[in-house]
Design a protein around this ligand. Structure first.
Ligand code: GTR
Length: 339
């Protein structure tokens, strides 16, 4: 099967509750057994997180539109494993639907790197208009050879750095900081270009690693900073807004191929129809998380983005290597307000 680089440990060999459960679902899948009649959907976030609620809404639309024939069961909160492991299980049909960030897809499909480039999108509006049309469709379609049907993008706001040491106002302040990143070479290179040390690790290990001083900080959007309770330990949030990369909602191609053409259309349309709902929830969640974090006394500071973007040139060049990637990047840049 896999286009995935060798994992540090195969899902069946990982330890801990989540690893064990991920192993169990891999085992079920490899035995041709399923967790039930309903389609399975997974997300690393907790039940009330906007991505989870959007996928649940998708499931309701799917059920309505298939007269109850197709239903969905959501396993939220990383119950069935971390993003990387569940994504791999999704590719071989052990799970039907998955909502992930672009980061774990970067190593398997070069076109996903385009939308994950730091400082590419100048605003949420720019990200939405770029990806709501043919460019986004092309990136979603590029997942099919890897066993995944890309259904839609969801918002993920802006990712910024937070840490336990002090405010970051220039890349100088990042020197020597050990910062957690998702498992993506792109993120590692980005953090290194800014002068810090990158430590790739799954999201569910971040809180403890911050609390124990294994890492000094990480980077994420307001809702993840709040919902993972990282703000309780990392008391400095510096608004670099370096990434506006979206989330992706995917279906296993193996599960997709078992649907009739009419059902496939319903799946696609229902996913698309869940996007405006997601965006509404997202905007409300950002405001709520921001309020919680601010009220807790976290020191939040603005930065001059020009000090950071200048450091990205070599990194962009080393990740944008194919004519197709270049073409999409250029199209996205042309859609900036200054065009
Ligand atoms: C969140 C994203 C998750 C996950 C997480 C991370 O913003 O929604 O899918 O990628 O970041 O940093 O691991």
């Amino acid at each position: 099967m896999s286009d995935f680089p060798p994992a540090a440990a195969h899902p069946l060999m990982t330890f801990g509750r989540r690893g064990f459960i991920a192993g169990s679902s891999a085992l079920l899948a490899s035995c041709g057994m399923r967790l039930g009649d309903a389609f399975t959907a997974v997300d690393t976030h907790v039940l009330d997180y906007p991505t989870v609620q959007a996928v649940i809404r998708f499931g309701e639309l799917l059920s309505e539109r298939t007269g109850g024939k197709r239903t969905l069961r959501m396993y939220a909160g990383g119950q069935l494993g971390n993003e990387r492991d569940t994504l791999e299980i999704t590719t071989f049909g052990g799970l039907d639907f998955n909502r992930v960030n672009l980061a774990p897809l970067n190593s398997i499909e070069p076109l996903t790197i385009v939308a994950a480039l730091p400082f590419l999108f100048e605003s949420t509006e720019h990200m939405r208009t770029s990806l709501d049309g043919p460019i986004g469709d092309e990136i979603l379609a590029s997942l099919e050879p890897h066993g995944l049907i890309g259904l839609c993008f969801y918002d993920s706001g802006a990712r910024s750095f937070y840490n336990t040491r002090g405010p970051i106002t220039t890349p100088e302040d990042m020197k020597g900081l050990k910062l957690r990143v998702p498992g993506s070479d792109l993120y590692v290179a980005m953090v290194k270009s800014l002068g810090a040390d990158a430590t790739p690790m799954p999201l569910d290990e971040v809180y403890q690693s911050l609390a124990q001083g294994v890492i000094d900080g990480a980077e994420n959007n307001w809702p993840s900073f709040e919902s993972g309770r990282h703000y309780e330990v990392a008391r400095y949030y510096s608004l670099t807004r370096h990434l506006l990369a979206p989330e992706v909602f995917v279906m296993s191609k193996i599960s997709w191929d078992k649907l009739s053409t009419a059902e496939q259309q319903i799946v696609r349309q229902s996913a698309r129809d869940s996007v405006p709902y997601m965006r509404q929830l997202w905007d409300a969640q950002v405001a709520k998380s921001m309020k919680t974090v601010m009220e807790s006394g976290v020191e939040v500071n603005e930065v001059d983005p020009a000090l950071f973007t200048g450091k990205m040139t070599d990194m962009w060049d080393s990740f944008i290597t194919t004519p197709k990637q270049r073409e999409l990047v250029d199209k996205i840049l042309a859609m900036r307000s200054g065009g």
